[in-house]
Design a binder for this molecule. Structure first.
Ligand code: GCO
Length: 445
């Protein structure tokens, strides 16, 4: 690789999400989330699995911390399960849930790992969904209350916080495209959900700053997809612009204080959410950092018959493919440069980047995921290019620490740098994990 070093204070970590790894879904007073309901609904998860046990990290977080140490990382990005803290979504607080995360934070700090806490990685308490979920403004308000509760408990030790992880996925996969919990298929509901998520984010930022015993570094994590037209035709160019509006600008613009993009408001017409000016002010609450999750690009073809935004993805068959996506490392550079040039968010973190492969334990006991190593190498090289171009990048989190419950794909889609045996729950570092360890060590020199 290019030889340039990453900055000495660069944050190197791995990321996970509560429902994907914790299991222990009925333990210590945890309430039910929309993902419990969804994963137990026949036909929703490709391999019929659930997150009931997953990696059992609720009990085995000490082992997970051992893995992070063995990998030489200095940070861990994980999420807190709202239903463990406020089992009904609003109302009584479950102290046992808070105590769990408090112990975990102490263990991380004791092991020299900086916690990066995400407050919402998709596990909405089911009782809130029963009252319209993110379709309701009331959910934004109670999200800020939940954020306040957690910050009061952990804000003395945790400085780096993300409110939401990938609100596009919560809103659009959950309420419009129906492939994630809660599984609705209504564009208007999806757009309302996106607005209430953003509003909840803004309200939470203010509640967190007010509740914190020390200054916090608060950000939000977005899935951003660099989008390119598949041809020069005006139709494909317009499709790319729509898709960019759908996934990227719809979130970036209001967070940057620019309101929703006018072309998308026009395009959505009557389905567009009612956003009063005060909401937009709340949503634009100043941020301390932005997290970027990057997996793939979008090469857009105009597709009038496809669901909104009427754009279809055209992969390049000559590029490498993982178990579920095309590999396009240059897209990471492109999206970072665009953020740097067009938006005010500083600094930036890569909060997720990784790939799924059909990993198996070899006869020698190792997991030889050379393709994943190549994936990391190529993406880290793009980060070095971005740094050289002046992008204020402060950290990188591999997705994921462990093979885990990959949402609608279940347990069979393996994204870990550590292998999980879902029968014995044994973890084992894959070759790509060892490669990352050596790479990180090399950066520290
Ligand atoms: C996300 C998802 C992750 C997925 C990962 C791979 O935030 O993007 O929440 O949980 O596991 O993206 O698809």
């Amino acid at each position: 690789m290019a030889g340039e070093r990453f900055p000495a204070d660069f944050v190197w970590g791995a990321a996970t999400a509560a429902y994907q790894i914790e299991g222990a879904v009925r333990e210590d007073g945890r309430g039910v989330s929309i993902w419990d309901t969804f994963s137990h609904t026949p036909g929703k998860i490709a391999d019929g699995t659930t997150g009931d046990v997953a990696c059992d990290s609720y009990h085995r977080y000490g082992e997970d911390i051992g893995l992070l140490n063995a990998l030489g990382m200095n940070a861990y990005r994980f999420s807190i399960a709202w239903p463990r803290i406020v089992p009904l979504g609003a109302g009584p607080i479950n102290q046992a849930g808070l105590d769990h995360y408090s112990r975990m934070v102490d263990a991380l700090l004791g092991a020299g790992l900086q916690p990066f806490v995400t407050l919402y990685h998709w596990d909405l308490p089911q009782p809130l969904e029963d009252r319209l979920g993110w379709g309701s403004r009331a959910t934004a308000t109670v999200f800020a209350e939940y954020a306040d509760i957690v910050v009061r408990q952990l804000g003395d030790r945790v400085t780096h916080w993300a409110t939401l992880n990938e609100p596009w996925c919560s809103a659009m996969l959950g309420y419009y495209l129906g492939v994630h919990a809660p599984g609705h298929t209504d564009l208007k509901r999806g757009l309302e959900a996106s607005h209430n998520l953003l509003l909840g984010h803004g309200l939470a930022v203010q509640a967190m700053r007010a509740a914190a015993p020390q200054p916090l570094q608060i950000g939000i994590v977005l899935n951003l997809t660099p989008t390119y037209p598949a041809s020069d035709s005006p139709e494909d160019v317009a499709a790319a612009r729509r898709f960019d509006g759908f996934v990227n600008r719809w979130f970036l613009d209001p967070l940057a204080g620019r309101g929703y993009p006018q072309d998308m408001l026009d395009y959505y017409g009557a389905a567009a959410p009612q956003a009063n000016p005060e909401d937009l002010t709340q949503i634009a609450a100043p941020l301390d950092w932005l997290g970027v999750n990057y997996y793939e690009r979008m090469r857009a073809v105009d597709a009038p018959d496809a669901s909104l935004p009427q754009a279809q993805r055209l992969d390049d068959p000559d590029l490498p493919h993982t178990a579920d996506r095309e590999v396009y490392p240059e897209g990471l550079y492109d999206i970072l440069l665009r953020l740097h040039n067009d938006y005010p968010f500083r600094p930036l973190y890569i909060t997720q980047n990784g790939c799924a492969l059909h990993d198996e334990i070899a006869e020698d006991g190792g997991i030889h995921d050379g393709q994943r190593q190549a994936f990391f190498e190529a993406h880290l090289a793009q980060l070095q290019r971005a740094l050289a171009a002046g992008v204020p990048l402060k950290g990188y989190f591999a997705w994921s620490l462990l093979d885990n419950f990959e949402w609608a794909m279940g347990l069979s889609m393996r994204y870990g740098i550590c292998y999980t045996n879902f029968e014995t729950l044994e973890r084992r570092i894959k070759d790509s994990g060892y490669w990352l360890r050596d790479f990180i060590a090399g950066q520290r020199g």
